[in-house]
Write a protein that binds this ligand. Structure first.
Ligand code: ADP
Length: 389
């Protein structure tokens, strides 16, 4: 009999990322992998205990066939006892991971318009797995949940209060990443973790979070994951009047506005070249330089805003693709924030070291590689353990 395992799924529009964890908190993934290009020419890659790279062929196009392939591939290798899913939006109903049933799915479907890049694909994977294996316990882990502790003024808009009662409030996202970073800091830097820390999750999606004593007090993202920092293709914070102008004066439909704000803006929109930071960093085009400058400017603005929300700042943590791997972006941010007490260590920064400020810097800046999958596995194990029949 093969070993029991928790399957972690992060289903996106064109990729299905998966990991397999042994049950029990704090363990490393046995395998991690993904199926990319799922609507086109699906490519299956896996690393860990075993590694593989297989072009699945056009016969496996689509989420359903790819998931079916994955389950078939896993069957002889592991006894999957539960599946944990990354679900971007939990709305007002869910501020903790939850075992999925029909009521949960109904509520989560209502949130699709609030996270159009992620939520429909997250939910589609749950639906497909329920059809393929109805008895398998499935747990939804939300990017919003970690922010349930936010300061009250950081949680509402200055709109008539009935809008807040309808769920129009500032939630915050990337919560699984922030939760992992908070746990890691508590273990490795307990004094800093007890204080006031800003975490910058800088990936394709990007946001920042103010942590005090490991709890979220504020975040750059709001009602939806299009708020805050400019991202790969998302615009970030925008004067609401721009949306009205696009609709009234330029005749854009709501769907066209959505496409503009979510898919055509951010680094891609400003550079006109790419949503990928590596491509922009390697480009001599002045528009690429301008996009990077804007990204850095907005990070430093947000850092000031989040420090103000916490009434102080003890340290800064960089995480996710850009945060973990781009010495250039970190150096620019830290140099612009020297006034906040960050003294860059260029050698450590170039090496992507854990501490990228000098030992005598008044405040430390760290790099903590994130691991959202591990958080999902831990939550899934806990929820299934609690709700086992
Ligand atoms: P997501 O998980 O949200 O898809 P990631 O956290 O993987 O995104 O981050 C992707 C981003 O990280 C891309 O913009 C990519 O260019 C950037 N990135 C990855 N490695 C580097 C690097 N060495 N230098 C600069 N940017 C990098």
């Amino acid at each position: 009999m093969s070993d029991a395992a928790i399957l972690v799924l992060n289903a996106g529009s064109s990729s299905l990322k998966f990991s397999l964890f042994p049950p029990g908190a704090g363990a490393q993934a046995r395998i991690q992998g993904q199926i990319e290009r799922i609507h086109d020419d699906p490519l299956f890659t896996v690393r860990g205990e075993t590694s593989a790279k297989t072009v699945l062929g056009t016969g496996h196009r689509g989420h359903a066939r790819c998931l079916d392939y994955l389950l078939g591939w896993l069957a002889p290798r592991a006894r999957v006892i539960a599946a944990g899913h990354r679900v971007v939006h939990g709305g007002i109903h869910y501020d903790a991971p939850v075992r999925v049933d029909a009521t949960v799915m109904e509520r989560l479907r209502h949130l699709i318009p609030l996270a159009p890049l992620h939520q429909p694909h997250n939910l589609a994977a749950i639906d497909l797995l329920r059809e393929m294996d109805p008895a398998l316990p499935q747990v939804a882990c939300f990017d919003t949940a970690f922010h349930a502790t936010k300061l009250p003024p950081a949680s509402i808009f200055a709109l008539p209060r009935e809008w807040a009662e309808r769920g129009v409030r500032r939630y915050g996202f990337h919560g699984l990443s922030y939760e992992y970073v908070a746990r890691t800091l508590a273990r490795e830097q307990p004094r800093l973790a007890a204080g006031r820390v800003v975490v910058a999750h800088l990936g394709s999606g990007a946001s920042m979070c103010a942590l005090r004593g490991g709890r979220s007090l504020d975040s750059s993202m709001g009602f939806t994951a299009v708020d805050g920092l400019p991202m790969g293709t998302r615009c970030g914070t925008l004067d609401a009047g721009v949306v009205l102008f696009m609709i009234r004066e330029q005749g854009l439909s709501p769907d066209e506005v959505e496409l503009m704000l979510y898919n055509r803006s951010g680094l891609l929109g400003v550079s006109g070249l790419s949503n990928d930071m590596r491509t922009l960093a390697a480009s001599a085009d002045p528009r690429a330089a301008e996009a990077i400058e804007l990204f850095v400017f907005r990070i430093t603005q947000q850092l000031g805003a989040l420090a103000a929300a916490m009434e102080g700042l003890d340290g800064l943590v960089f995480t996710a693709g850009i945060g973990e791997n781009s010495p250039d972006i970190r150096a620019r941010v830290l140099n612009k924030c020297a006034w906040l007490g960050f003294e860059l260590d260029p050698v450590a920064n170039q090496a992507n070291a854990a501490l990228v400020t000098t030992p005598t810097s008044p405040r430390p800046a760290l790099v903590v590689p994130t691991n959202e999958e591990l958080m999902i596995a831990i939550h899934t194990g806990e929820v299934v353990g609690r709700t086992a029949m």
